[in-house]
Design a protein around this ligand. Structure first.
Ligand code: HEC
Ligand code: HEC
Length: 351
């Protein structure tokens, strides 16, 4: 069964990429302005996703933005990407443990935040998708999420009263195809950049940490930064952070690789905006940051794939005192980027 699932994932990705590869783009783009493209501070590394084939334009971004908020992409026109990925929660799901898809159905994993996606080397909690342009295929066709087929979406878009002219303006093709839809969504998602938190302001000498925030920062560097690496607060690796002993409910990275070393490993999520992306972990098991810090302090469970970084003096857990836990939380709150959470240029278009 696992092997079969793996096969399906790889086949879907393979098919899509080969479809993409066959369609040669011979059009010239009338608007190749890169104004606003991946605005990022100098201390961010170079992004992983580059707009080489999918040339960025303001209109392309706006089209992706419209699609992201449009329930027309789901089978019964009820669920949009933004139904689960909500801007005020850093595009996570605002308190829902499991998000509701069409007809109130739920999947088995918690909705992650979406920002700084251009730096992601893989997607989903288990890294099962390796390309930003392919990522929407999973939610669009998942029966618990949007339950559509790509051909029916393309059919609906081509008959829509607004989309045909909007796509034509961006991609200059006679009709809308799936590649253009994936490109437009990628133009929007790759430009959701969060880099204006208090932490960023301190880094660029526009603000100062309080004494507690600084102590929390030091504790974070000693205990968390090896995996949640600055400045993106993840190193994009897969790690077992001691949530379970038996991983039958969700084997994580193992599901993709079937390598025994990968049992219970999940993609290290960013800590940026963590104060608003509750509940936490791939299954949303922790409601608050207090619960998370308690887990790292004395709730870590030993298993063969547990990261050695989470073992101290031969015992699983980081043994942080109550006050150390609170100081780390105080620091984590400096990672909230309210400019990003309230930026109307990223929000749904108001009519
Ligand atoms: C029903 C809720 C739901 C809807 C609708 C939904 N998503 Fe998601 N999204 C999720 C969940 C849950 C995951 C994690 C899936 C996993 O790891 O197995 C996810 C993961 C992602 C990720 C990967 C993030 C990361 O850090 O790896 C991206 C990007 C994304 N979704 C974009 C989209 C787009 C684009 C749409 C619309 C086409 C969409 N989502 C619709 C729930 C949803
Ligand atoms: C060995 C690597 C590693 C270390 C060290 C580590 N983490 Fe994590 N962290 C992870 C992984 C992997 C996950 C995701 C696990 C999952 O969902 O199954 C995670 C998840 C989280 C989450 C949930 C984020 C979300 O969006 O759901 C928070 C918050 C967090 N860690 C905070 C911390 C803090 C604070 C420290 C230091 C006290 C720390 N982590 C140390 C690997 C690590």
């Amino acid at each position: 069964m696992r092997v079969k699932q793996l096969h399906i994932v790889i086949t879907i990705i393979g098919i899509t990429l080969s479809v993409f590869a066959c369609k040669k783009t011979s059009v010239t783009f009338s608007n190749t302005t890169d104004a606003g493209y991946l605005k990022r501070p100098d201390y961010f590394p170079a992004p992983h996703y580059l707009h080489t084939t999918n040339v960025f334009s303001k209109q392309g971004f706006e089209l992706g933005r419209k699609l992201f908020f449009d329930p027309v992409l789901s089978i019964n026109n009820s669920i949009s990407c933004a139904s689960c990925h909500k801007q005020e929660y850093a595009f996570a799901d605002g308190g829902e443990i499991l998000s509701k898809g069409i007809d109130g159905r739920t999947g088995r994993r918690h909705t992650p935040s979406i920002f700084n996606m251009a730096w992601n080397t893989s997607f989903m909690w288990d890294g099962g998708v390796n390309h930003l342009e392919v990522m929407p295929l999973a939610p669009l066709t998942n029966p618990n999420e949007m339950g559509e087929t790509i051909s029916h979406i393309v059919y609906k878009l081509n008959r829509h009263n607004e989309y045909p002219s909007l796509f034509k303006e961006v991609f200059h093709r006679d009709s809308i195809d799936d590649q253009q839809m994936f490109w437009a969504l990628a133009q929007y998602m790759s430009n959701l950049v969060s880099s204006d938190s208090k932490y960023d302001k301190v880094l660029t000498n526009r603000d100062k940490f309080t004494a507690e925030e600084q102590q929390g920062y030091n504790l974070y560097k000693a205990n968390c930064a090896a995996c949640h690496k600055e400045p993106l607060f993840t190193d994009y690796s897969f790690q077992n952070n001691g949530l379970d002993v038996v991983y039958t409910a969700d084997s994580g990275r193992y599901r993709i690789t079937t390598n025994n070393d990968d049992w219970g490993k999940f993609k290290v999520p960013t800590l940026r905006n963590a104060a608003v992306t509750y509940p936490y972990m791939h299954d949303g098991r922790f409601a608050t940051l207090d619960d998370v810090l308690k887990h790292y302090s004395d709730g870590i469970l030993a298993s063969p794939t547990l990261s050695s970084l989470l073992i101290k003096n031969g015992k699983p857990g980081l043994a942080l005192t109550k006050s150390e836990q609170q100081l780390i939380i105080t620091f984590l709150k400096t990672l909230t980027d309210s400019t990003f959470l309230h930026n109307t240029n990223l929000a749904e278009h108001t009519k």
